[in-house]
Write a protein that binds this ligand. Structure first.
Ligand code: BMP
Length: 241
């Protein structure tokens, strides 16, 4: 696989990135200070996605939104926006292959394009990935994620499976991004931890990551569009160099 984004997997993610000239995946989480009920939270995010249609490539949805809004409303949100965004389920699955397969089937039926799973449990060869993308967690962004880092070489071998299209590597661990980029040349690296966790905008892209995952800096902002425009501008300048 070369450096031409059109050749890279997941195809839909890279096609949207090319079209929008952006590398942002937005994380839709839920926080106490929203002071919204479940339905209002979905409506808030629906409005946010309408507003940032041209700037954001992917949408990452995790357990907090699923648990508060319920699977039916999350499915509605996913299906409403899946033409414009790459929809990524982040339930960090880690179970026996039979249960992972059942979970992935349901996640796929909800309209998601891909899913994040853990790698440490093994059994990837028994996971079915027909028309569905899997991202493996390699390095987490929080400082305490030592067990993963101590086993990075073994997890990287696991991630090299053809069932895995991409890996999560924290934006706060720049040297590890560089190391993993060298080892997993054809995998898409997505990096959370920008701004709210201390990662500098665009820095992970400089070290070899492909997409930056951004949550609170946008979702808790009074002016998300201005924040997103600034991030896209910085990222474009990094990628030009
Ligand atoms: P924020 O930009 O608000 O810190 O959000 C980061 C998002 O990325 C959250 O949804 C979190 O679950 C996710 N994430 C992370 O922060 N670090 C990881 O190592 C893996 C993640 O999925």
């Amino acid at each position: 696989m070369g450096s031409d984004p059109r050749e890279r997997r997941p195809i839909k993610l890279w096609e949207i990135a090319e079209k929008k000239q952006s590398r942002i995946i937005i994380a839709l989480d839920v926080f106490d200070n929203f002071r919204l009920n479940d339905r209002e939270t979905i409506e808030k995010y629906s409005m946010l996605l309408e507003t940032c249609r041209d700037l954001v490539v992917g949408v990452k949805i995790g357990l907090p939104l699923l648990l508060i809004a319920g699977s039916r409303d999350v499915e509605g949100l996913v299906k409403k926006f899946k033409e414009d965004f790459y929809m990524l389920a982040d339930f960090k699955l880690a179970d026996i292959p039979e249960i992972v397969n059942v979970s992935l089937k349901i996640i796929g039926e909800m309209g998601f394009d891909g899913s994040i799973i853990h790698l440490f449990q093994g059994g990837l060869q028994r996971i079915s990935v027909d028309n569905f993308d899997l991202f493996g967690v390699l390095v987490m962004s929080h400082p305490e994620a030592k067990l993963l880092e101590e086993n990075i070489d073994r997890l990287t071998v696991e991630a090299s499976s053809d069932r895995i299209v991409g890996v999560v590597v924290g934006a706060t661990k720049e040297q590890l991004i560089r190391k993993i980029r060298r080892k997993l040349k054809d995998k898409t690296i997505i990096s959370p931890g920008i701004l709210a966790q201390g990662g500098e905008i665009g820095a992970s892209l400089r070290y070899g990551s492909d997409f930056e995952i951004i949550g609170r800096a946008v979702t808790l902002s009074e002016d998300p569009l201005t924040v997103l425009r600034r991030i896209v501008e910085v990222e474009r300048n990094v990628l030009k160099k």
